[in-house]
Design a protein around this ligand. Structure first.
Ligand SMILES: Nc1ncnc2c1ncn2[C@@H]1O[C@H](COP(=O)(O)OP(=O)(O)OP(=O)(O)O)[C@@H](O)[C@H]1O
Ligand SMILES: [Mg+2]
Length: 134
């Protein structure tokens, strides 16, 4: 189906996401910490638009992308892909989504499989050998 340029491919509507983490307080004590990753993020992406999500480290870019790709549930808010509410129509919207998440913090570089290394090198210029020497 052809899409009219200007119509909406993605709607992010008031996305909220809190993570729960635990801070160590001494040998046995831990304190629960709520991290407010998204505090009501809204934007639209039109068909045919190249949309960049920019911001300082930790501001919630990856969290937003994971929610848009239906890999992570928001605490509240809605996502529409091609006019369809994403979390109520998972199989329909997942057929429309292609996503490649690149190397994240905590990723074990030495255990990347051959296919992942190949894709990273050819899409981003990333060289596994260069990183291993450092
Ligand atoms: N699984 C998780 N558990 C707890 N906190 C998390 C988790 N994932 C992300 N966070 C926290 O949520 C906030 C947003 O993180 P996110 O990774 O979405 O930011 P980002 O904009 O992609 O950052 P970067 O530019 O460093 O990639 C940060 O404070 C981060 O530490
Ligand atoms: Mg990120």
């Amino acid at each position: 189906m052809s899409k009219a340029l200007g119509s909406l491919a993605i709607i992010a509507d008031k996305l909220v996401k809190n993570y729960v983490s635990y801070e160590r307080r001494g040998f046995l004590r831990k304190r629960k910490k709520i991290i407010k990753a998204l505090k009501g993020v809204s934007f639209n992406v039109k068909w045919g638009e190249v949309f960049g999500l920019l911001g300082p480290n930790g501001v919630g870019k990856t969290t937003t992308v994971k929610i848009l790709a239906t890999l992570l549930l928001p605490d509240s808010g809605k996502v529409f892909i091609d006019g369809v509410e994403a979390f109520k129509n998972l199989s329909y919207v997942r057929e429309k989504i292609d996503i490649m998440l690149t190397v994240e913090k905590g990723f074990f570089l030495n255990s990347l499989d051959v296919k992942t290394s190949y894709i990273l090198e050819h899409c981003t210029g990333w060289k596994e050998n260069c990183l291993r020497k450092e």
